[in-house]
Design a protein around this ligand. Sequence first.
Ligand SMILES: Cc1cc2nc3c(=O)[nH]c(=O)nc-3n(C[C@H](O)[C@H](O)[C@H](O)COP(=O)(O)OP(=O)(O)OC[C@H]3O[C@@H](n4cnc5c(N)ncnc54)[C@H](O)[C@@H]3O)c2cc1C
Length: 425
Amino acid sequence: MTDPSFQPSFQPSFQPSKAQQDLQAAARDLAERAIRPNAAEVDRTESYPWDNVAALRDGGFMGMTIPTAYGGRGLGFLDASLVVEEMAKVCGVTGRIAVEANMGGVSAIMRYGSEAQKKLAADLVLGEGDKPAICITEPDAGSAASEMTTRADKRGDHYILNGSKHWITGGGVSKLHIIFARVFDEAGADQGIGGFLAVRGHTEGLRIGAREPTMGLRGIPETEVFFDDMMVPASHVLTPPGGFKKGFGELMAAYNSQRVGAGTVALGLAQGAYDHALSWVQEREQFGRPIAEFQGLQWMLADMSIGLDASRLMLHRAAASADPFPDARLAAQAKIFAAETSIKVANDALQMFGARGYSRNRPLERICRDVRMFTIGGGTAQILRTVVASRILERKLPQGRDGYAEKQGKPVDSARPTAAARAAE
Ligand SMILES: Cc1cc2nc3c(=O)[nH]c(=O)nc-3n(C[C@H](O)[C@H](O)[C@H](O)COP(=O)(O)OP(=O)(O)OC[C@H]3O[C@@H](n4cnc5c(N)ncnc54)[C@H](O)[C@@H]3O)c2cc1C
C-alpha cells in the first residue's frame, strides 16, 4: 500500500543560519559555564534549580518563541530546540525547563490566547522565568487522556472547576497553569474539552498535592494538582478556533511542539553520555592499549553516533515542519525514535565506563535514570505509534471503552464520555 499521507511539505536545510549558529554557541557557553556545575547537585538534592532558571532568563532563553510584540525574541521551534539540546547535554532538568518555557503551553497561549492572556503569559515567562504547568493527566485518565473527568461548569461569566490531576511537571514551582477540563454549560450539557488558565497564588481553589518520588529528572517536581470549586473567569478560557468541541484536538496540536522538545531533551542527554564515553574510551587503557582500540567498543560507538544523528535529523525536521505547530506524525516519529535511542545510547555509554559508570560520582547513572522518562511522559511510545499509524491509514483509530465493561459484566462508569462523544470532539 502506498502512503499518501507522508509528504513532508518543506525542504529541510542542513545548514544552520549564522543566527542559529550564534544562538547555539551562546547556549553552549551558558550550559558549560552555569548549568553543568550544578547538575549533580540538582539531582542529589532534588531541588528546583532556580539559579539555572535565572541564568536561562537572563540569557534570553526563556520565552524565546514569544513574538517580539510581547517582548520575546520571535524565534521558531527549531531555534528553541538547538538551545534545549545544549542545556540537556549537561542537565536534563534544565533542558526540560527550556522546553516548557518555549514550547507546548507557551505556544498554545501565543497561538490561541486573547491579548490579555498573551500578556499574562509573556510577563510570567519572560519576567519571572516561570515555566507553565500543563495539567492533562488524571489518576484514571493517562493514555486515555480524553476520558478526563475534571469538569468546568459554566456559571454566568465564570467556570467552576472541580477535579484532580496527577504527574504535573512543575507542580508547586510553576505559577501559570493550563488546565484541561471537560466543559458543561449552564444546563449541564457536555460541550467538549477546554483549556483554563490559572495562576498559583492568585487563583483560589488551586491546590498542590503530593510530590511523586521519581526515578530521574529529580530536580523538577511531579505532583498532584487539585481544583476545589476553583473559579476561572471566562476571560481565562483558552479557546482554540474550533471552540470546545474541537478544543482537545486543537490544544493537543500545540502539544506537538512539546513532543519535539521532549525528544530533544532525550537527544541532548544521550549526546552528553556519548561525549563522556568518547573521551573515556580513548583515555582508559586495558591490555596495554586504549579501550577504543577494541572493535567491540568501536562498533558500539558507531551505532551510538548513528542513533544520535538520526534522532537529531528527525527532530529538526519535525521542528521545521511547524505551521504553526509541528506535524503530528513527524513529531510522534521523532519523539519515539529519540526517546528509545536515548535509553540505548545512555546505557551503552555507561557500559563503556565499566564499574565507574555505575558510580554516583559520575553522571552516567543519572543520565540513564533521566532518559528513562521520555518513552512515557507526553504520550507513551505505544500511544504515539497509534498516532503514526492513524496517519498512515488515514483514519482515526479509536481506543474506546465502549462495550468493554458490559461484556465483562462490570458496572459502566457513566461519568466518562463514550467513544462516540469523544470522536465528535
Ligand atoms: C516524568 C513525567 C512527567 C509528566 N508530566 C506531565 C505533565 O506535566 N502534565 C500531564 O498532564 N501529564 C504528565 N505526565 C503524565 C504522562 O503524560 C502519562 O504518564 C502518560 O500519558 C501515560 O499515562 P499513564 O502513566 O497513566 O499510563 P497508562 O495509560 O496507564 O499506560 C500504561 C501502559 O499501557 C500502555 N497503553 C495504554 N493504552 C494503550 C493503548 N491503547 N495501546 C497500547 N498501549 C497502551 C501505555 O503505553 C503504557 O505502557 C508525566 C509523566 C511523567 C513520567
